[in-house]
Design a protein around this ligand. Structure first.
Ligand SMILES: [Zn+2]
Length: 291
């Protein structure tokens, strides 16, 4: 558990393991990079035997100002994920882990999605009697309008849809239809503690959440970077961006914010220790994530 002022932050793991080939994700990576970064890459961020990078899929459970907030809701169980065997047809005790961290589904006040990709919305809903219903019955769900618009369009296109392996219509549309969504547009303040700021590029509506409590800060950055290599090399995009050039601009914006504010950074997929800080160097940035 992490403490930021009076706020507590707990990581709720769905999966953590080796997945994509490093050279497929970052074709820029070469022997000199390996020589420079070998010391920290394995075993938590890279599996040397297979050449695969290691990623975590998790939510952040935030308790701040009397509110219980779930940030990003992972893949969900029993979803078909073509080309992603490590996330296909999961059967994970995610809700039990959430309960063990002190939050039953009915305790969640807010679900906040950094963006609407399939691995960030999965537990928004559950299938009951053939219908997709909100998993967190008392929660408002915060979505950013540009992502709603973008994925609605893809979902409605018979050639491109269903959007996000079906999760858009299973895990986002029902929340809208039940009237449980608070659709914001761009930068937005949630309460005294939490502010939403924009970081488009990985998706058009990608946002990050700034927490400030008793003078201490944290930043929930979703997929602004997936892997710590991208802190050293902010121009290295993870694949699948709505706007690759904009994704790099947003990455530098968020790196700047994290370095200048001293915020504890909670990314969506970075491996052990899962959270850390960003330092500005003479020519860029360096992660201070110590396992
Ligand atoms: Zn993701």
């Amino acid at each position: 558990m992490f403490k930021v002022g009076d706020a507590t932050i707990t990581r709720i793991e769905e999966t953590y393991g080796a997945c994509y080939p490093l050279l497929q994700i970052f074709p820029e990576f070469n022997g000199a990079h390996m020589a420079e970064h070998r010391g920290w890459l394995a075993p938590h961020h890279y599996d040397a035997a297979s050449g695969l990078i290691k990623l975590s899929v998790h939510s952040w459970l935030l308790k701040a100002g009397g509110k219980t907030i779930l940030i990003d809701s992972c893949c969900g169980n029993n979803k078909i994920k073509p080309g992603r065997p490590w996330w296909n047809l999961l059967n994970v005790n995610y809700l039990e882990r959430l309960a063990a961290a002190g939050a039953r589904p009915e305790d969640i006040d807010l679900v906040m999605c950094t963006h609407l990709h399939h691995d960030h919305v999965g537990w928004n809903t559950q299938q009951k009697d053939g219908k997709w219903v909100p998993t967190f019955p008392n929660a408002r769900y915060v979505f950013n309008k540009p992502d709603i618009d973008y994925f609605s369009k893809i979902d409605a296109d018979p050639k491109e849809g269903p959007a996000e392996l079906g999760t858009f219509r299973e895990c986002v549309v029902p929340i809208l239809e039940y009237g449980k969504a608070d659709v914001i547009e761009g930068a937005h303040r949630i309460n005294d503690f939490i502010e939403i700021d924009t970081a488009p590029g990985h998706s058009p509506g990608h946002v990050f959440f700034k927490l400030e409590c008793k003078g201490q800060r944290a930043a929930f950055i979703g997929d602004v970077w997936h892997h710590l290599l991208q802190v050293y090399y902010p121009d290295w995009n993870f694949p699948k961006n709505s706007d690759a050039a904009q994704a790099k601009v947003s990455r530098r914006k968020v790196l700047d914010y994290c370095a200048s504010s001293g915020a504890l950074v909670m990314p969506g997929h970075v491996g052990l220790p899962f959270a850390g800080r960003i330092e500005k160097t003479a020519d860029g940035y360096r992660p201070d994530f110590k396992a």
